[in-house]
Write a protein that binds this ligand. Structure first.
Ligand SMILES: Cc1cc2nc3c(=O)[nH]c(=O)nc-3n(C[C@H](O)[C@H](O)[C@H](O)COP(=O)(O)OP(=O)(O)OC[C@H]3O[C@@H](n4cnc5c(N)ncnc54)[C@H](O)[C@@H]3O)c2cc1C
Length: 390
């Protein structure tokens, strides 16, 4: 009999197994290899965490329920604990100026290999789990590789984003069959497709720009794509957008632009906008949206024209058509209802002996290392509980 069978060999499942070196552990994954998603994180470099305190990190999860649920796990394995965990196992790390932490090899394989070399578990890949049967003191798992008996089970099946990596949402059915509620999954951290054309602006990136959606304003880097908007500031708000929502971008500070228009009456409007750091095609877009010829001299603008131009540059508006969906989402919003899981142990409140860790749970963090940290912290807490019990 196994002490624990982990369904899902993503970063959460692997981290859990690596923290149970003295227990009999089996990892079952239906993909051909484990850690497939981990290998594509951070552009193949794996941004494993962010150099913040646990408390600061919690602020990067969007709802109070998520912050409340994750607090005990992030406090039991803080970002600096996670960094120490890898460094103590020979993985050099670098901290970027923005706090993002990567392996110094800048290669996600370093992280996966470090995890695998500290796992003493049996691993079965290309293994489909058909059913998990809860018996009195144990569980029997029926799979394409045979049946296995275990004292406890941990579902670490991830969300639904990038389904080609193996996280296809099939873990939700296993959780549901064991009595759990699934909050409907939605793509998060995904680019936005806008109603307006953006192909002519494609490739333009704006640093540290304020972007507003509904009442919420965030600052960060933004990228125009062929059919819409992307970049961290857009990805972070994508979980909440609906068709038709306006998203406004403060390309320029309105009063700074007005000051410059008044100070340089002989200069062309487009030149003034460009001098303030806006690329030419975006400067033209702002003029067109304000019904102005870009080569008008600033001094020829009537007051209303100048005010409209400044308002447009201060809040360039786009309407959401759709998002790029799960195929390009970096996270999933929704999953196993948090109130049904004990946040201090990661054990199910409905089925004793059943545990959860990682993105299968109904949390999603911003981009910047928050999701891998949460996967490892929840896995660590589950491992600690299972380790004490068996
Ligand atoms: C392109 C991209 C880039 C990202 N970059 C970052 C980053 O730099 N930093 C960061 O913090 N986060 C990043 N993320 C998010 C992060 O990768 C995830 O939050 C994290 O991998 C979740 O880990 P997990 O173990 O819970 O799930 P996953 O990594 O998704 O692993 C789940 C595993 O379960 C297996 N599985 C699923 N269902 C079943 C089943 N029914 N039976 C058996 N096995 C099953 C899957 O095959 C998979 O191996 C990125 C995501 C993407 C898509």
């Amino acid at each position: 009999m196994y002490d624990v069978i982990v369904v899902g060999g993503g970063v959460a499942g692997l981290f859990l197994a690596a923290n149970l070196p003295d227990r009999k552990v089996l990892i079952l994954d239906h993909a051909k290899s484990v850690g497939k998603k981990l290998l594509i994180t951070g552009g193949g470099r794996a941004n494993i965490t962010n150099d913040l305190s646990a408390k600061e990190m919690l602020a990067h999860f969007p709802t109070k329920a998520m912050r409340n649920f994750l607090a005990p796990s992030l406090l039991s394995l803080t970002p600096s604990d996670l960094m120490n965990w890898f460094e103590n196992r020979g993985v050099g790390l670098i901290v970027r100026a923005d706090g993002h932490v990567f392996p110094s090899s800048l290669d996600a394989r370093t992280i996966r290999n470090a995890l695998l070399s500290h796992i003493h578990a049996d691993i079965r890949t290309a293994c489909t789990v058909a059913a998990i049967i809860n018996e009195e003191e144990s569980f029997t798992i029926h799979s394409s590789e045979g049946s296995f008996v275990t004292r406890s089970v941990c579902l670490a099946t991830g969300g639904m984003s990038y389904p080609s990596t193996g996280s296809d949402g099939s873990g939700y059915a296993l959780a549901k069959a064991l009595g759990h509620t699934i909050v409907p999954p939605k793509p998060a951290l995904t680019p936005i497709v806008t109603c307006e054309q953006t192909a002519h602006l494609s490739g333009i990136s704006l640093s540290n720009v304020s972007t507003t959606h509904r009442q919420f304003t965030a600052t960060g880097d933004l990228l125009f794509t062929r059919d819409g908007l992307s970049g961290p500031v857009i990805l972070n708000l994508s979980r909440a957008v609906s068709k038709g929502d306006p998203v406004t971008i403060a390309v320029l500070d309105s009063s700074l632009l007005e000051e410059n228009l008044l100070s340089f009456p002989q200069k062309r409007v487009s030149t003034i906008i460009r001098t303030l750091g806006v690329p030419a095609s975006l400067a033209r877009e702002i003029c067109e949206r304000s019904h102005l010829e870009p080569d008008r001299n600033a001094g020829t603008l009537r007051k209303e024209e100048r005010k409209l131009l400044c308002r447009t540059a201060g809040a360039l508006s786009y309407k959401v058509n759709t998002t790029k969906g799960f195929k390009q989402a970096m996270a999933t919003s929704g999953g196993v209802e948090l109130s049904e899981v004990n946040r201090k142990t990661m054990e199910s409140r409905i089925t004793p002996g059943l545990f959860f860790c990682g993105e299968v749970l109904d949390y999603d963090g911003e981009s910047g290392g928050f999701n891998i940290q949460a996967a490892c912290s929840t896995a660590y807490l589950a491992a600690r509980t299972i380790g004490k019990r068996t």
